[in-house]
Design a binder for this molecule. Structure first.
Ligand SMILES: *Cc1c(COP(=O)(O)O)cnc(C)c1O
Length: 408
C-alpha cells in the first residue's frame, strides 16, 4: 500500500532527538529558542513563537486580540475544522465565505461579509498556495471597512482595523511577491503536525509581523508568558541558581513546544529548501505534467506570476463528475493499493456547523470543489516507481468510471 503522507524520519532526526534527550533538557529550552530564531530568519518576519500546535497558535492570537462574545471572524467554508473551532472556543461567531477556483477565499466574498462586528479575517493558504494578501489588506484598509471597525480592546485600537490572521498550516516556505509566508501579513500560524511539510511530530508557530506601532518583540514576550500559565519566568529561567520565585500575571494557557519536538524541527528546517521542497516540487510537477494530457483533469495552480506553493498537497479535480462518482473513483484507486484523500469536507457539511445553521447550498464553489476533488500522495520518501503507480491507478480509475457513465 502506498501511504498518503508519512513523515520523513531518518538518522539525522533520530540523532538530534537523542541529543536533546541526553542534554537533560526536554521541555521548552535552548532548542525551541534556536528553532524560533531560525524560523524568523527563514521567513523574514519580525518574531516567532513556537507552540504545541497551529490550533493553539490561532486561538491564542484570537484571544490576544480580544476576540469574544458578539464578535465575528471571517474564514473560508473550505478548510479544516481547526480554523473555525478556535473561533467558537473564544465565544465568537465564525462567518464562512465561499472560495474561488484556486481553493482560497474569494476576496470579493470577504468584503461582502464584513460587518461592524468583524474583528479578524482568517485566510487559509490551501495546499500551500498563498492567498492574495495585497487584496485582503486592501479590504481591511478600505476607508468604508475601517469606518465600520469598532475597537473594543487596547490592541484593537492600536491596529485600528480588522486583524489578518493567516492559517498558514500548509504554506511554510511558499512565496508571494518575493516574500515568504510569515512575512506576508499581520500574523501567520504554521502547523508542524506529522502530516505537514515541516514536522515536529506535533507543533506550530505564530509568525508575528504586526505593523507599526506594534513592538513585535514585546508581543512575543507577552505571548511566552500567556502560553505558559501566565508565569513570569519559564522553567529554564527558574533553573538559574536561587531564581525560584515566580509570579502569575495572567490566567494563562499551557501550549508551549518541547525541546524534543524542536530537535526534529531544527533538522527539518535546515534541509527544508534544498531537499524537502525540491522533492515535493518534483512530485507535484510530475503529477502536473502527467495529468495535463487528459481533458478530464483540472490541475491546481502550483506557480503563477505572483506566487508559488509550498507543494503541500496536490489537489486534483476531475471535470464534470458528481460526488458519488468521485467516491467510486477513490474506491478504485484504493483497490490498487494507493492512498488518496479529500481536502476538505466543507465546514457546512459537518454536523456541528450544520447545526449552527450553515447550509452547503450557500457555498456552491466549495461544494463543487469538494465533490470533484482527490488529493494525491506527496511525501519525501515517495519513489519514482510509486509515483508511476499513483499516476496509473488514478488514470485507470477515472477512465473506467467515466467510461461506465458513457455506456449507461
Ligand atoms: C493541520 C491544519 C490545522 C491544524 O494544525 P495543528 O497543528 O494540528 O493544530 C489548521 N488548519 C489547517 C488548514 C490545517 O490543515
Amino acid at each position: 500500500m502506498i501511504p498518503f503522507a508519512p513523515p520523513r524520519i531518518d538518522q539525522a532526526i533520530i540523532d538530534e532527538v537523542v541529543a536533546a534527550l541526553k542534554s537533560g533538557w526536554i521541555t521548552t529550552g535552548p532548542r525551541t529558542k534556536e528553532f524560533e530564531k531560525r524560523l524568523t530568519a527563514y521567513c523574514g518576519n519580525k518574531s516567532t513563537l513556537c507552540l504545541n500546535s497551529a490550533t493553539a497558535g490561532l486561538e491564542i492570537m484570537l484571544r490576544w486580540f480580544g476576540v469574544g462574545e458578539g464578535d465575528e471572524v471571517i474564514l473560508p467554508a473550505y478548510t479544516y475544522s481547526a480554523t473555525a473551532n478556535v473561533v467558537v472556543h473564544c465565544g465568537a461567531r465564525p462567518v464562512l465565505v465561499d472560495i474561488g477556483s484556486d481553493f482560497n477565499m474569494n476576496v470579493a466574498n470577504i468584503k461582502a461579509a464584513v460587518t461592524s462586528k468583524t474583528k479578524v479575517i482568517m485566510p487559509v493558504d490551501f495546499a500551500g498556495l498563498p492567498c492574495d494578501y495585497d487584496a485582503v489588506l486592501n479590504v481591511v484598509n478600505d476607508p468604508a471597512v475601517k469606518n465600520l471597525f469598532i475597537a473594543a480592546a487596547p490592541v484593537q485600537s492600536q491596529l485600528g482595523r480588522i486583524l489578518i490572521l493567516s492559517d498558514a498550516a500548509h504554506s511554510v516556505g511558499a512565496n508571494y511577491k518575493n516574500k515568504k509566508t510569515g512575512a506576508l501579513t499581520d500574523v501567520s500560524v504554521f502547523s508542524f503536525h506529522a502530516v505537514k511539510n515541516l514536522t515536529t511530530a506535533e507543533g506550530g508557530a505564530i509568525a508575528l509581523n504586526l505593523p507599526e506601532p506594534f513592538d513585535n518583540d514585546e508581543v512575543y514576550k507577552f505571548l511566552c508568558v500567556y502560553t505558559l500559565h501566565g508565569q513570569n519566568k519559564d522553567a529554564l529561567a527558574k533553573m538559574q541558581k536561587g531564581n525560584w520565585k515566580y509570579d502569575i500575571i495572567e490566567a494563562g494557557y499551557k501550549c508551549n513546544m518541547t525541546d524534543l519536538c524542536a530537535a526534529i524541527g531544527l533538522v527539518e528546517l535546515a534541509r527544508y529548501d534544498n531537499d524537502m521542497l525540491v522533492k515535493r516540487k518534483l512530485i507535484c510537477d510530475t503529477y502536473f505534467n502527467y495529468f495535463k494530457q487528459f481533458d478530464w483533469s483540472e490541475l491546481p495552480v502550483l506557480k503563477d506570476t505572483s506566487r508559488e506553493t509550498s507543494y503541500h498537497l496536490f489537489p486534483l479535480r476531475i471535470k464534470g463528475i458528481t460526488e458519488s462518482m468521485r467516491d467510486e473513483i477513490m474506491k478504485r484507486i484504493f483497490d490498487k493499493d494507493v492512498s488518496v484523500n479529500v481536502h476538505f469536507i466543507p465546514l457546512p457539511m459537518l454536523s456541528y456547523y450544520k447545526n449552527m445553521g450553515f447550509n452547503i447550498s450557500d457555498y456552491p464553489v466549495a461544494y463543487d470543489t469538494f465533490a470533484r476533488e482527490i488529493t494525491l500522495p506527496v511525501f519525501y520518501d515517495l519513489t519514482e516507481e510509486q509515483l508511476k503507480m499513483v499516476c496509473n491507478a488514478v488514470q485507470e480509475a477515472v477512465s473506467s468510471v467515466l467510461q461506465e457513465v458513457v455506456n449507461h
